[in-house]
Ligand binder design. Structure first.
Ligand code: NCD
Length: 315
């Protein structure tokens, strides 16, 4: 694996191999000394053109646990805010000897441009590009689901027959897209539930079932229900009447969460709008895996950096 740009590129076996490596990395996190020497001497650059807390910090911790040198650029406070182009930024990073570039950008396709450009000879990791993809989020979600379902017996397993219902602002969600490809490759069935205004214009050929009624979706008893953030910053029009109406129809509230089977897993990639797409009760319920998702993000990103940079088994 040279780059990680999309989960569409991952076969079932490659995905399982990455998740299994993440299991090994999670074991390291349980040790008193959480650090491996694997990437000593490598330089990982975090290039964040869009705001982020958990993804940026998670990649930083992951690179450090593997003993890489890590540099974080955010657009604010760098020459990007002076109008420097992606090309000039990439060439600067190349001149500094970056081995991997983790990039988040508001333009869908920016990581691909960087990977195909020839401006820089580093492994490129897509940390979220516009409304397109967020592959490491999907990997950490798949890891979290597998761990909840199979615990210590997770290694080597796929998600055959698992039902995952993804709810809310699908239209703007790179998390939904990356999860759809990855979870499907692993054998899961994915449903999207949203108001018609928040579904993509076309989902033709996508391996997904669409529906518009959250109550029906809850009563179907999915193994996993993944709530998405309403992405106000990407909305230039009114996609629903108002917040109250949205949470009444599309929010996972205390009453709906109580109707889910006890073993259902409630997920959210964060940051959560508590009271809008998810109630505090649902976010903090025993079904919620939100904090596991954050913790698993570190192990998963360690696995990705490891496969990209250590010259380990070809995926
Ligand atoms: C997601 C993102 O940035 O795409 N968050 C994240 O990576 N933790 C989802 C979101 O912003 O709603």
């Amino acid at each position: 694996m040279r780059h990680l740009l999309s989960t569409k590129d991952l076969t079932r076996d490659a995905a399982i191999a990455l998740l299994d490596t993440a299991e090994d990395m999670a074991d390291v996190a349980d040790r008193e000394v959480k650090k491996l020497p694997t990437l000593r001497g490598k330089t990982v650059v975090n290039l964040f053109f869009e705001d982020s807390t958990r993804t940026r910090v998670s990649f930083e911790v992951a690179a450090k646990r593997l003993s890489a040198d890590v540099i974080t650029f955010s657009a604010k406070g760098s020459s990007v805010s002076k109008g420097e182009s992606l090309k000039d930024t990439a060439q600067t990073l190349a001149a500094m000897g970056a081995d991997a570039v983790v990039i988040r950008h508001s333009a869908s396709g920016a990581p691909r441009v960087l990977a195909d450009s020839g401006w820089i000879d580093a492994g490129i990791v897509n940390a979220g590009d516009g409304t397109h993809e967020h592959p490491t989020q999907a990997l950490l979600d798949a890891f979290t689901i597998r761990k909840r379902l199979h615990g210590a017996a997770s290694r080597g397993r796929d998600l055959d027959g698992v039902t995952v219902t993804i709810v809310g602002d699908i239209l703007h969600s790179r998390v939904a897209r990356s999860n759809l490809w990855l979870l499907t490759a692993l054998g899961a069935h994915v449903n999207f539930v949203a108001p018609a205004t928040l579904l993509p214009v076309s989902t033709e050929g996508w391996p997904v079932e669409l529906s518009y009624d959250l109550d029906e979706a809850v009563d179907a008893g999915p193994d996993v229900i993944m709530m998405l953030r309403i992405q106000g910053e990407r909305m230039n029009a009114a996609f629903f009447p108002n917040a109250r109406e949205y949470s009444r129809q599309w929010g996972l509230d205390d009453e709906r969460v109580a109707r889910l089977p006890a073993a259902s897993i409630v997920m959210h990639p964060g940051p959560m709008n508590r009271g809008l797409e998810i109630s505090a009760g649902a976010a903090d319920s025993p079904r919620s895996a939100v904090l596991e998702q954050v913790a698993n993000g570190v192990s998963t990103r360690m696995a990705v950096l490891y496969h990209l940079l250590s010259g380990a088994v070809e995926l």
